[in-house]
Structure formats: C-alpha cells, structure tokens
Design a protein around this ligand. Sequence first.
Ligand code: 1GP
Length: 250
Amino acid sequence: MKVFNYLQETIEKKGAGLLILIDPDKTTPEKLVKFLRNGFKNCIDAFLVGGSLITKGDIEKVISIIKKETSVPVILFPGSVNQVYSDADAILYLSLISGRNAEQLIGKHVIAAPMIKKYNIEPISTGYMIIESGSYTSAEYMSNSKPIPRNKPEIAAATALAAQYIGMKFIYLEAGSGAENSVPAEMIKCVSETVDIPVIVGGGIKNPSDAKEKINAGAKLIVIGNCFEDEENWQLLNEFNTVVHFKSNL
Ligand code: 1GP
C-alpha cells in the first residue's frame, strides 16, 4: 500500500496519526534502538527522518535502524536536497508555501525530482507553512522565509486552500522544532475547516495535552520531535497514543 493511503486509512480508523521525527543529529544508534524497543508498538504510525540542517548525524544509519526494528513507514522530512535517500518509503515533498522564496517553492524540487524517481521513493506533495512561534526558528533561518503571523488564521487558511487547489495532498502547519509556542488551535481550526485535505501539525508540542488541543482543533497528523529526544519523556508515549488515536480508544 502507498504510504499516503496508509496514512489516510490510519486517520480514518484511529481518528488521527502520530508521527515521530527523528533528527539524526540529535540521537545515537544506541539511543534510537533503545527508544524503538521501548514498547512503542501500535503507538507510532510513521517516522519522519530529517532536519533543517544535519551536520554530524547519519540519515542512512537512522533509516536502517528503524527499518530493522519496526515495520512502520519511514518518511523523509528533508531540510535540503542532500537528505534524499533511497531506503526510505516516502518523502514529504515539501513546498514552502508560507514563504516567497522560489528555491523552496520549486527550485529544490527540480533538483530532487530525478533522484526521487531513480530511487523509486513515493513523493507526498505537502504544502509546508511556517507559523510564527515567538522566536526565530531554524526552519525560518534555513529557508530564508518569513513565517505567517500566528494571529492571522485567515492568511493561513487562504494559503492552505491555494495549496489544495494546486493539488497538494497534505498541509503541514509548522511552528519549528523546539518552538516556544506551538501552532495556535484557532489557526488549526480555521485551516482544517477551510480545506478538505489532512492537516499535519508540528513544532513545540511538548505533552499529550498539547497534542489533544491540536487534534480537537482539527489536526489529523501530529509530529513530535524534541519531546522524545529526552528519555524521561518516553513514558508519555502511551498517553500520546490515547489522545491521538482517540477513535480506536472509543
Ligand atoms: C519540527 O514539527 C517538527 O519540524 C517537530 O517539532 O521537535 O518541536 O516536536 P518538535
């Protein structure tokens, strides 16, 4: 089954999906194996692998560990063209629609497209929107683009609708990894009520109650990165599972 269809099915069956972002710079093979053996089964729907800038981490190694330890899809979440790897199941083909930087809207995609075809990775076209989060984030800096003001849900909704009309399959509302403030519920609600395609929300979601707020506002896929980089938080996985997969828990 295509990863996109699998994610759609997950949303239908479970209410929403839980995606865990593994930034290769922020883990080690030992820590990753330990995390994956920490009773995550049935809690995590897919892994995202990537980062705004990877300096020392080994993406290939991260993908191979996840593949060996689990059977859930590995989806590339590339911060740049050099994060395209053949062993992944799919790639979020991110177009930075909140910005007006042509390279991030189409330029990088032209360079990546032949590689994606050659490696036979499933591209999932995603309208990626950076939302102001209280401080300057790596995502903003690295993409050289301005975020959408957090108090302007109507701008976010119009942008998302344009992406849907262009033919994108997902909208990703991104506050930035480790964001001070996550994407406001009001904005998620406004975007979700405007578009028919699933809305992914990530950045600064620190606990299950944050996740619940996003789901109640209409988010269909929740991305958690930083929270699980801290071993002390691994025990929250079950609670995340309960709030995200609310349909299977009814
Ligand atoms: C970042 O949305 C992801 O691109 C995850 O953010 O690391 O803050 O959970 P966090």
